[in-house]
Design a protein around this ligand. Structure first.
Ligand code: B12
Ligand code: SF4
Length: 450
């Protein structure tokens, strides 16, 4: 096996590194069914930002290979990456990708090639992940990558690397978007500007990975990353992957101003608190912000409290919040979760009324999914209500626990019914008329749902 090649001018031995995003066939089957239910016509695709971010730490002489198994599988890409030799294989995985991630790790381990596995699943279940990969990473990777690469060079990886969760984003290198064979394969390009969300919702795995302290990159850094994306894909639609991007209003204002000359279209996740800031909303629209993706979670106050007190306090303002945002010509992708202990048939009815009254530009409703590592998971596990620990069932399209007031099947049927109501020709027409009266700009958004 041709592992460590000759020394380079910098004195470092160049590394050959595979960066692998695993394909989950079960998820993709579920996705097709879900698209039918929710009326979605196209699957959104992004080059995985976790791996591209980690690749930012490779030395210039190292060779990184970005392997998106979704893309290989969906397009029969003729490159058998599994048979190549590498100095290191880096694998990321969400819960539903864990089975495939483990197969990949085992495959390379048998071949004597070093593997490091990180991401949401490994962070929650490092011991399980450690049975398959040589090395496991807990938490965010930026403060660990220099050590990992150093350890590979000296030929010995630690079993566990644990992030401090305190790294300064201002020191992060840009993601290696150049490693993607062709950015035009994908419908959107992810970047991130901030990290941290202080709401600490009971079902959310993100604060387990990054901590809850809010940190930002510099505006100049973000601008450079956007320009990099544009240089590789002039029509790039930027989707900021931050958990809750606009929390620091001064930073958000400066960033929006700096994005204006770049003439991009973009979207991000944020919380409903943004709706109280008309000047910032105006600026966001001018900067090319097309959609805000907001986790409202529920219209039932008791269910909101199950998520977090902050959201319960925001609940009474949700209708106004959606109107305030959309009248600036920014679509709201309203995200809800069904299956809290306080949810029942009345919640389903109230959610239907809410959706048909507020007309969110796009809608997402998921079955509540207890993810390992979250307080919700620990509680349901202690109550004996986790129905499956087959990670294929953690796609957010399946009910993997015993809800209190529904049978799992009823919960999925309720979600299906809500989507049917939202997408009925009559309600679509009403939504279109309402939104175009509210703001004609909504007709020109790239999501093009009107
Ligand atoms: C962008 C995004 C998508 C995009 C792109 C996915 C892709 N190709 O990467 C799209 C829209 C396609 C998508 C789809 C889905 N997503 Co998604 N998505 C996100 C989002 C918003 C950002 C992810 C991201 O890029 N983060 C930025 C990178 C830099 O951070 P990171 O991934 O955490 O990586 C860091 C660390 O985790 C660590 N790390 C990660 N891996 C490794 C590996 C090593 C070796 C090391 C050292 C470190 C390391 O270091 C990285 C740098 O710090 C997150 C929520 C969020 N705000 O994070 C949800 C999220 C990842 N998605 C989630 C889910 C459930 C899904 C879907 C299953 C939803 C669905 N039902 O359709 C699908 C699955 C798609 C698939 N192909 O399998 C969940 C995962 C939960 C879990 N515990 O597994 C999240 C967390 C959202 C949530 N609701 O909680 N998603
Ligand atoms: S507001 Fe969103 S990102 Fe923040 S903790 Fe709650 S679910 Fe997670």
């Amino acid at each position: 096996m041709s592992i460590i090649p000759e020394q380079t001018m910098t004195g470092l031995a160049p590394l050959k590194v595979a960066l692998v995003y695993p394909h989950s066939p079960v998820y993709h089957q579920d996705r097709i069914t879900q698209n039918r239910i929710s009326g979605i016509e196209e699957i959104e695709t992004f080059p995985n930002l976790s791996l591209l971010t980690l690749a930012g730490f490779l030395a210039p002489e190292d060779r990184g290979f970005f392997i998106d198994e979704d893309y290989l599988t969906l397009n029969n890409f003729p490159f058998d990456y599994l048979q190549e030799d590498y100095d290191l294989v880096i694998i990321t995985a969400m819960n539903h990708q864990a089975k495939r991630a483990y197969e990949i790790a085992r495959h390379f381990k048998v071949r004597g090639i070093k593997t490091v596995l990180g991401g949401y699943h490994a962070t929650a279940l490092p011991e399980e992940a450690g049975q398959f990969a040589e090395s496991v990473v807990i938490g965010e990777g930026e403060d660990l990558m220099p050590d990992i690469l150093h350890d590979v060079r000296r030929g010995k990886l630690n079993k566990i690397y644990r992030s401090t969760g305190k790294a300064d984003l201002k020191n992060f290198p840009p993601p290696r978007l150049d490693l993607v064979p062709d950015l035009k394969w994908y419908s959107k390009i992810g970047l991130f500007a901030t990290r941290g969300c202080g709401h600490c919702c009971s079902f959310c795995c993100l604060w387990q990975v990054y901590g809850s302290r809010y940190r930002t990159k510099s505006v100049e850094q973000v601008v450079k990353e956007v320009q990099l994306a544009q240089s590789l894909h002039p029509e790039a639609y930027i989707s900021f992957a931050d958990e809750n991007m606009l929390v620091d209003r001064a930073f958000a204002r400066e960033l929006a101003k700096a994005l204006i000359p770049l003439k991009i279209n973009w979207e991000c996740y944020c919380d409903s608190g943004i709706a109280d800031n008309p000047e910032l909303l105006e600026l966001l629209a001018v900067s090319g912000c097309e959609e805000l993706l907001i986790g409202f979670e529920s219209v039932n106050p008791e269910s909101l409290l199950e998520a977090t007190r902050w959201k319960q306090e925001q609940g009474p303002g949700y209708k106004q919040a959606i109107e305030n945002i959309q009248k600036h010509g920014i679509g709201v992708l309203a995200c809800f979760v069904l299956g809290f202990d306080n949810d029942g048939p009345q919640t389903v009815q109230s959610l239907r009324d809410f959706i048909l009254e507020t007309h969110p530009y796009e809608l997402d409703i998921s079955a509540l999914t207890p993810m390992p590592g979250t307080p919700l998971y620990s509680r349901l596990k202690a109550q004996g209500r986790i129905l499956s620990e087959n990670w294929d069932d953690y796609s957010w399209f399946r009910v993997n626990f015993q809800p209190k007031n529904f049978q799992p099947r009823e919960l999925m049927d309720s979600i299906r019914w809500l989507f049917l109501e939202y997408n009925s020709p009559e309600n679509k027409q009403k939504r279109r008329e309402y939104l175009l009266t509210l703001s004609p700009r909504l007709a020109s958004l790239k999501a093009g749902t009107l």
